[in-house]
Ligand binder design. Structure first.
Ligand SMILES: Cc1cc2nc3c(=O)[nH]c(=O)nc-3n(C[C@H](O)[C@H](O)[C@H](O)COP(=O)(O)O)c2cc1C
Length: 282
């Protein structure tokens, strides 16, 4: 069973920002909040048993999409839930691939555990060292902590579906990219590419530090631009939730199903070519 069709069915490129207010396929699942109860998770509480068992059923033993290849020890099952749950969401152990890449994934349930300023700084230090065209470093990040005005403005810009889960994250980040090269004012066609790369570094560093990120395209670009007075020379990138993993049982039911679903990826043959659409022979 796969709920990813909720997510990727109608990918919505972010072009022509002026005209479109919200860019996202996430509207598909709007209203989900009304269908179920949603609550703010406190600390990570062990998944309830039926949920955990249901999760195990989602995961094929030999799945290409995750690491689950056997049975978990049945003793202390509940106390091990968090670790076991994390493991189930990891990519398969691919020899040679950096471990934190395999361990990164995008949760929707976050706990109340505080991300220390030191850890947050470390994550942005990693972002800072991404490559960029002409070393322009076009990325800028607006960071809100739950309870402050920046957080409130970012949260309010999200579509309802994203709000339903992102409100549990202790940190919300808005990324923007500078559209022109500072040296000569010419257009920088790579600014969102580079801003995305920096955001990916942030995500990987977060993984190394034991917490998670989840980027979003489902938000109102015009609203967020106005609320932060972002100059026209900057393109709005994405919103990223950041924090420690929370309990999926605290999510609205449909979101919880997405949280419990196995992760999937296209095979290399579909994405790496020697000629157009001719798979590269490695
Ligand atoms: C630019 C971008 C926009 C995204 N937009 C949303 C969003 O609006 N809502 C959401 O729940 N997830 C969103 N996602 C998360 C993706 O669905 C997720 O990264 C993808 O399913 C792969 O899962 P993984 O990150 O766990 O590997 C977005 C991810 C990216 C990179």
């Amino acid at each position: 069973m796969n709920f990813n069709h909720f997510e990727e069915a109608t990918p919505s490129p972010q072009a022509g920002q002026g005209a479109e207010t919200v860019h996202s396929p996430w509207r598909l699942v709007e209203g989900v909040e009304n269908a179920t109860s949603s609550g703010m998770p406190s600390k990570f509480t062990p998944l309830n048993f039926p949920t955990f068992v249901a999760f195990l059923r989602f995961v094929p033993n030999d799945a290409e999409s995750n690491t689950y290849q056997g049975d978990f020890p049945r003793s202390n099952l509940l106390s091990q839930n968090k670790e076991a749950f994390e493991k189930l969401k990891h990519a398969p152990a691919i020899p040679g691939v950096i471990e934190d890449i395999l361990k990164r994934w995008s949760p929707r349930a976050y706990s109340d555990q505080v991300v220390t300023p030191e850890s947050l700084k470390e994550a942005f230090e990693a972002a800072r060292w991404a490559a960029s065209s002409y070393n322009e470093q076009p990325w800028r990040f607006l960071v809100g902590h739950r309870g402050d005005e920046t957080y409130k403005k970012i949260l309010e810009s999200l579509i309802e579906f994203n709000q339903s889960w992102a409100k549990t994250a202790p940190v919300l980040i808005l990324s923007v990219g500078k559209k022109t090269f500072t040296a000569n004012g010419s257009p920088n066609h790579y600014q969102l590419h580079d801003t995305g790369a920096a955001t990916a570094y942030l995500a990987l560093q977060a993984t190394a530090l034991g917490f998670h990120t989840h980027s979003m395209g489902g938000f109102d670009l015009d609203k967020v631009r106005k609320s932060f007075n972002i100059p026209e020379d900057f393109e709005i990138g994405s919103v990223t939730a950041l924090g420690y993993l929370g309990d999926p049982d605290t999510l609205p039911e449909q979101v919880k199903q997405m949280e419990l679903a196995p992760r999937e990826r296209k095979p290399l043959s579909e994405i790496v070519f020697s000629e157009w659409e001719k798979p590269l022979k490695f």
